[in-house]
Design a protein around this ligand. Structure first.
Ligand code: ADP
Ligand code: MG
Length: 313
Protein backbone atom coordinates (compact mmCIF):
# COMPACT_ATOMS: atom_id res chain seq x y z
CA UNK A 1 0.00 0.00 0.00
CA UNK A 2 1.48 3.35 -0.98
CA UNK A 3 1.19 6.66 0.85
CA UNK A 4 -1.96 7.79 -0.93
CA UNK A 5 -3.73 4.49 -0.40
CA UNK A 6 -2.76 4.68 3.25
CA UNK A 7 -4.23 8.16 3.54
CA UNK A 8 -7.43 7.16 1.80
CA UNK A 9 -7.90 3.89 3.67
CA UNK A 10 -6.81 4.82 7.19
CA UNK A 11 -6.82 8.59 7.59
CA UNK A 12 -9.80 9.63 5.47
CA UNK A 13 -12.31 7.89 7.79
CA UNK A 14 -11.00 10.13 10.57
CA UNK A 15 -12.49 13.12 8.75
CA UNK A 16 -15.95 11.65 9.44
CA UNK A 17 -17.00 12.91 6.03
CA UNK A 18 -16.72 16.51 7.17
CA UNK A 19 -16.71 18.77 4.11
CA UNK A 20 -13.96 20.96 5.63
CA UNK A 21 -11.44 18.14 5.10
CA UNK A 22 -12.25 17.94 1.37
CA UNK A 23 -11.88 14.16 1.50
CA UNK A 24 -8.14 14.58 2.16
CA UNK A 25 -7.80 15.12 -1.58
CA UNK A 26 -6.73 18.73 -1.56
CA UNK A 27 -3.75 20.75 -0.32
CA UNK A 28 -5.39 22.13 2.79
CA UNK A 29 -8.55 21.95 4.83
CA UNK A 30 -10.97 24.87 4.69
CA UNK A 31 -12.48 25.70 8.05
CA UNK A 32 -15.46 27.70 9.03
CA UNK A 33 -15.21 29.58 12.32
CA UNK A 34 -18.50 30.50 14.00
CA UNK A 35 -19.09 34.22 14.15
CA UNK A 36 -17.82 36.03 17.27
CA UNK A 37 -15.39 33.22 18.00
CA UNK A 38 -11.62 32.90 17.89
CA UNK A 39 -9.44 29.88 17.18
CA UNK A 40 -7.23 28.42 19.89
CA UNK A 41 -4.45 26.47 18.19
CA UNK A 42 -1.98 24.13 19.88
CA UNK A 43 0.64 21.60 18.78
CA UNK A 44 2.20 18.77 20.72
CA UNK A 45 4.81 16.48 19.24
CA UNK A 46 5.46 13.05 20.69
CA UNK A 47 8.66 11.16 19.94
CA UNK A 48 9.19 7.42 20.54
CA UNK A 49 11.72 6.89 23.30
CA UNK A 50 11.09 10.39 24.68
CA UNK A 51 7.33 10.74 25.22
CA UNK A 52 6.30 7.13 24.94
CA UNK A 53 8.15 3.82 25.15
CA UNK A 54 9.61 2.62 21.87
CA UNK A 55 7.44 -0.52 22.23
CA UNK A 56 4.25 1.33 23.23
CA UNK A 57 1.04 -0.01 21.73
CA UNK A 58 -0.43 1.90 18.75
CA UNK A 59 -3.67 2.62 20.63
CA UNK A 60 -1.70 4.10 23.54
CA UNK A 61 0.31 6.32 21.20
CA UNK A 62 -2.91 7.46 19.52
CA UNK A 63 -4.77 8.24 22.75
CA UNK A 64 -1.86 10.11 24.26
CA UNK A 65 -1.04 12.15 21.13
CA UNK A 66 -4.57 13.45 20.77
CA UNK A 67 -5.41 13.85 24.45
CA UNK A 68 -2.40 15.98 25.37
CA UNK A 69 -3.53 18.43 22.71
CA UNK A 70 -7.12 18.38 23.93
CA UNK A 71 -5.81 19.13 27.40
CA UNK A 72 -4.21 22.33 26.05
CA UNK A 73 -7.54 23.34 24.50
CA UNK A 74 -9.31 22.68 27.81
CA UNK A 75 -6.83 24.86 29.69
CA UNK A 76 -7.55 27.71 27.26
CA UNK A 77 -11.28 27.31 27.79
CA UNK A 78 -11.73 26.23 24.17
CA UNK A 79 -14.14 23.75 22.60
CA UNK A 80 -12.49 21.20 20.26
CA UNK A 81 -13.06 21.76 16.54
CA UNK A 82 -10.60 19.64 14.54
CA UNK A 83 -7.03 18.46 14.43
CA UNK A 84 -4.17 17.97 11.98
CA UNK A 85 -2.22 14.72 12.25
CA UNK A 86 1.43 14.61 11.15
CA UNK A 87 3.31 11.33 11.39
CA UNK A 88 6.93 10.46 10.61
CA UNK A 89 7.45 6.70 10.29
CA UNK A 90 10.88 5.11 10.67
CA UNK A 91 9.63 2.23 8.51
CA UNK A 92 6.53 1.35 6.57
CA UNK A 93 3.77 0.85 9.13
CA UNK A 94 1.88 -2.45 9.08
CA UNK A 95 -1.82 -2.52 8.24
CA UNK A 96 -2.49 -3.81 11.75
CA UNK A 97 -0.61 -0.91 13.34
CA UNK A 98 -2.48 1.65 11.22
CA UNK A 99 -5.85 0.03 11.89
CA UNK A 100 -5.36 -0.03 15.66
CA UNK A 101 -3.89 3.47 15.76
CA UNK A 102 -6.69 5.05 13.75
CA UNK A 103 -9.40 3.10 15.57
CA UNK A 104 -8.17 4.53 18.87
CA UNK A 105 -8.29 8.02 17.34
CA UNK A 106 -11.86 7.34 16.17
CA UNK A 107 -12.88 6.40 19.70
CA UNK A 108 -11.42 9.58 21.14
CA UNK A 109 -12.93 11.69 18.37
CA UNK A 110 -16.35 10.45 19.39
CA UNK A 111 -15.70 10.90 23.10
CA UNK A 112 -14.35 14.42 22.83
CA UNK A 113 -16.19 15.78 19.78
CA UNK A 114 -13.45 16.46 17.26
CA UNK A 115 -12.62 15.37 13.70
CA UNK A 116 -9.41 15.08 11.71
CA UNK A 117 -9.06 17.85 9.12
CA UNK A 118 -5.81 16.69 7.51
CA UNK A 119 -2.18 16.07 8.23
CA UNK A 120 1.07 14.92 6.77
CA UNK A 121 2.75 11.55 6.36
CA UNK A 122 6.47 11.15 5.93
CA UNK A 123 9.41 8.88 6.51
CA UNK A 124 12.18 9.56 8.99
CA UNK A 125 15.66 8.18 9.72
CA UNK A 126 14.77 8.86 13.36
CA UNK A 127 12.21 7.38 15.75
CA UNK A 128 8.42 7.32 15.21
CA UNK A 129 7.16 10.88 15.70
CA UNK A 130 3.56 12.05 15.95
CA UNK A 131 2.70 15.72 15.85
CA UNK A 132 -0.88 16.81 16.35
CA UNK A 133 -2.14 20.34 15.96
CA UNK A 134 -5.54 20.78 17.57
CA UNK A 135 -7.86 23.69 16.88
CA UNK A 136 -10.55 24.82 19.23
CA UNK A 137 -13.04 27.65 19.25
CA UNK A 138 -13.61 30.12 22.00
CA UNK A 139 -15.95 33.15 22.18
CA UNK A 140 -14.01 36.30 21.26
CA UNK A 141 -11.88 37.63 24.10
CA UNK A 142 -12.73 34.76 26.45
CA UNK A 143 -9.67 32.53 26.03
CA UNK A 144 -8.24 31.72 29.46
CA UNK A 145 -4.58 32.67 29.64
CA UNK A 146 -1.84 31.83 32.11
CA UNK A 147 -1.30 35.50 32.78
CA UNK A 148 -4.61 36.59 34.28
CA UNK A 149 -4.01 35.47 37.88
CA UNK A 150 -4.01 37.99 40.75
CA UNK A 151 -2.64 37.99 44.27
CA UNK A 152 -5.33 36.52 46.52
CA UNK A 153 -6.63 34.09 43.88
CA UNK A 154 -7.12 30.54 45.07
CA UNK A 155 -5.20 27.88 43.14
CA UNK A 156 -7.35 24.87 42.31
CA UNK A 157 -6.55 21.52 40.71
CA UNK A 158 -8.97 19.44 38.64
CA UNK A 159 -7.84 16.00 39.85
CA UNK A 160 -5.04 13.93 41.35
CA UNK A 161 -1.44 14.10 40.13
CA UNK A 162 1.36 11.55 40.11
CA UNK A 163 -0.31 8.48 38.61
CA UNK A 164 1.26 8.95 35.17
CA UNK A 165 4.70 9.17 36.76
CA UNK A 166 3.93 5.98 38.67
CA UNK A 167 2.88 4.43 35.35
CA UNK A 168 6.29 5.24 33.94
CA UNK A 169 8.05 3.69 36.95
CA UNK A 170 5.92 0.54 36.61
CA UNK A 171 6.93 0.37 32.99
CA UNK A 172 10.62 0.66 33.86
CA UNK A 173 10.27 -1.89 36.64
CA UNK A 174 8.17 -4.25 34.49
CA UNK A 175 5.81 -4.42 37.45
CA UNK A 176 2.75 -6.15 36.01
CA UNK A 177 0.72 -6.02 39.18
CA UNK A 178 0.14 -2.29 39.24
CA UNK A 179 0.97 -1.70 35.59
CA UNK A 180 -2.57 -1.68 34.27
CA UNK A 181 -3.96 1.03 36.51
CA UNK A 182 -1.02 3.38 36.17
CA UNK A 183 -0.55 2.68 32.46
CA UNK A 184 -4.03 4.08 31.89
CA UNK A 185 -2.98 7.25 33.65
CA UNK A 186 0.17 7.48 31.54
CA UNK A 187 -1.34 6.75 28.12
CA UNK A 188 -4.98 7.68 28.50
CA UNK A 189 -5.03 10.94 30.43
CA UNK A 190 -8.49 12.48 30.50
CA UNK A 191 -8.42 16.01 29.08
CA UNK A 192 -10.52 18.21 31.37
CA UNK A 193 -12.74 19.64 28.68
CA UNK A 194 -15.54 19.52 31.26
CA UNK A 195 -13.81 22.47 32.92
CA UNK A 196 -13.43 24.61 29.80
CA UNK A 197 -16.69 26.55 30.01
CA UNK A 198 -16.34 27.15 33.78
CA UNK A 199 -12.80 28.41 33.27
CA UNK A 200 -13.97 30.92 30.66
CA UNK A 201 -16.60 32.31 32.96
CA UNK A 202 -15.00 32.09 36.39
CA UNK A 203 -11.19 31.69 36.24
CA UNK A 204 -8.58 34.41 35.97
CA UNK A 205 -5.89 32.05 34.66
CA UNK A 206 -5.34 28.38 33.88
CA UNK A 207 -2.66 25.93 32.75
CA UNK A 208 -2.68 22.21 32.12
CA UNK A 209 -0.24 20.07 34.07
CA UNK A 210 2.22 18.47 31.66
CA UNK A 211 5.64 19.26 33.15
CA UNK A 212 4.60 18.63 36.77
CA UNK A 213 2.25 20.24 39.26
CA UNK A 214 4.89 22.42 40.90
CA UNK A 215 6.59 23.49 37.66
CA UNK A 216 3.34 24.31 35.89
CA UNK A 217 1.89 26.18 38.87
CA UNK A 218 5.12 28.20 38.90
CA UNK A 219 4.65 28.89 35.17
CA UNK A 220 1.16 30.23 35.81
CA UNK A 221 2.35 32.32 38.76
CA UNK A 222 5.25 33.80 36.76
CA UNK A 223 3.01 34.67 33.82
CA UNK A 224 0.59 36.32 36.25
CA UNK A 225 3.37 38.32 37.96
CA UNK A 226 2.73 36.60 41.30
CA UNK A 227 4.40 34.21 43.68
CA UNK A 228 2.58 31.09 44.79
CA UNK A 229 2.10 29.04 47.90
CA UNK A 230 1.07 25.38 47.85
CA UNK A 231 -0.02 23.32 50.83
CA UNK A 232 0.10 19.61 50.02
CA UNK A 233 -2.78 17.45 51.27
CA UNK A 234 -3.67 13.78 50.62
CA UNK A 235 -6.37 14.96 48.19
CA UNK A 236 -3.61 15.92 45.71
CA UNK A 237 -3.04 12.22 45.02
CA UNK A 238 -5.04 9.18 43.98
CA UNK A 239 -5.77 6.65 46.72
CA UNK A 240 -3.15 4.36 45.16
CA UNK A 241 -0.58 7.16 44.96
CA UNK A 242 -1.18 8.33 48.52
CA UNK A 243 -0.88 4.75 49.76
CA UNK A 244 2.59 4.53 48.22
CA UNK A 245 3.64 7.75 49.94
CA UNK A 246 2.19 6.63 53.28
CA UNK A 247 4.00 3.32 53.15
CA UNK A 248 7.27 5.06 52.31
CA UNK A 249 7.61 3.51 48.84
CA UNK A 250 7.91 6.90 47.18
CA UNK A 251 8.58 10.51 48.05
CA UNK A 252 5.64 12.90 47.69
CA UNK A 253 7.94 15.21 45.71
CA UNK A 254 8.15 12.65 42.90
CA UNK A 255 4.38 12.83 42.40
CA UNK A 256 4.27 16.61 42.75
CA UNK A 257 6.89 17.08 40.01
CA UNK A 258 6.49 13.93 37.87
CA UNK A 259 4.27 15.48 35.20
CA UNK A 260 2.15 14.07 32.35
CA UNK A 261 -0.93 14.45 34.55
CA UNK A 262 -3.04 16.62 32.23
CA UNK A 263 -5.12 17.96 35.04
CA UNK A 264 -5.76 21.70 35.13
CA UNK A 265 -4.51 24.26 37.63
CA UNK A 266 -6.57 27.43 37.70
CA UNK A 267 -6.41 30.71 39.60
CA UNK A 268 -9.87 31.76 40.70
CA UNK A 269 -11.16 34.51 42.95
CA UNK A 270 -12.38 33.01 46.27
CA UNK A 271 -16.01 33.89 45.43
CA UNK A 272 -15.84 31.70 42.29
CA UNK A 273 -14.89 28.52 44.15
CA UNK A 274 -18.56 27.51 44.32
CA UNK A 275 -18.47 26.98 40.55
CA UNK A 276 -15.80 24.28 40.90
CA UNK A 277 -17.34 21.87 43.41
CA UNK A 278 -15.02 18.99 42.43
CA UNK A 279 -11.84 21.08 42.59
CA UNK A 280 -8.94 20.34 44.93
CA UNK A 281 -7.76 23.52 46.61
CA UNK A 282 -3.96 23.53 46.44
CA UNK A 283 -2.90 27.02 47.50
CA UNK A 284 -2.96 30.63 46.45
CA UNK A 285 -1.29 33.35 44.43
CA UNK A 286 0.44 36.10 46.37
CA UNK A 287 2.32 39.32 45.91
CA UNK A 288 5.97 38.43 45.53
CA UNK A 289 8.74 37.62 43.07
CA UNK A 290 7.00 36.32 39.92
CA UNK A 291 7.19 32.53 39.71
CA UNK A 292 8.53 32.05 43.24
CA UNK A 293 6.84 29.03 44.72
CA UNK A 294 6.76 27.77 48.26
CA UNK A 295 5.52 24.23 48.84
CA UNK A 296 4.49 22.78 52.16
CA UNK A 297 4.69 18.98 52.35
CA UNK A 298 2.18 16.56 53.84
CA UNK A 299 3.90 16.78 57.23
CA UNK A 300 3.81 20.59 57.20
CA UNK A 301 7.48 21.15 56.44
CA UNK A 302 8.73 23.32 53.58
CA UNK A 303 9.77 21.06 50.70
CA UNK A 304 13.02 21.64 48.83
CA UNK A 305 13.23 20.52 45.22
CA UNK A 306 16.20 19.68 42.99
CA UNK A 307 13.89 20.21 40.05
CA UNK A 308 10.34 21.55 39.93
CA UNK A 309 9.43 19.40 36.94
CA UNK A 310 10.30 18.15 33.51
CA UNK A 311 12.56 20.13 31.16
CA UNK A 312 13.78 18.78 27.80
CA UNK A 313 16.99 20.84 27.73
P1 ADP B 1 0.86 17.83 0.03
O1 ADP B 1 2.02 17.07 -0.52
O2 ADP B 1 0.17 18.75 -0.90
O3 ADP B 1 1.15 18.45 1.38
P2 ADP B 1 -0.03 15.36 1.03
O4 ADP B 1 0.20 14.32 0.02
O5 ADP B 1 0.95 15.50 2.14
O6 ADP B 1 -0.27 16.71 0.30
O7 ADP B 1 -1.44 15.11 1.69
C1 ADP B 1 -2.59 14.86 0.91
C2 ADP B 1 -3.82 14.97 1.76
O8 ADP B 1 -3.78 13.97 2.77
C3 ADP B 1 -3.95 16.30 2.50
O9 ADP B 1 -5.31 16.64 2.53
C4 ADP B 1 -3.46 16.00 3.89
O10 ADP B 1 -4.09 16.83 4.82
C5 ADP B 1 -3.87 14.54 4.07
N1 ADP B 1 -2.97 13.78 4.94
C6 ADP B 1 -1.70 13.41 4.74
N2 ADP B 1 -1.19 12.72 5.78
C7 ADP B 1 -2.18 12.66 6.71
C8 ADP B 1 -2.28 12.12 8.01
N3 ADP B 1 -1.27 11.50 8.62
N4 ADP B 1 -3.45 12.27 8.66
C9 ADP B 1 -4.49 12.90 8.09
N5 ADP B 1 -4.46 13.44 6.86
C10 ADP B 1 -3.31 13.33 6.17
MG1 MG C 1 2.07 17.23 2.71
Amino acid sequence: MNEFETISRYFKPLTQGRPEALGLLDDAAVLNIPEDHELAVTTDMLVAGVHFAADALPQHIAHKSLRVNLSDLAAMGAKPLCYQLAIAFPEKPSAAWLATFTQALQEDQKTFGIFCSGGDTTRTPGPLTISITALGIVPKGQAVKRSGGRAGDVLILSGPVGDAWLGLQCHFAQDDKTLLYFTEALYKPVPRLDWAAHLRTHAHAAIDVSDGLIADTAHLARASGCSAQIKTTPSFFSAAGFEMIKTGQIDERALLTGGDDYQIVAAVPPAALVHFPDAIIIGQLMEGAPGDIKVQGLAGETLQFDSLGWVHF
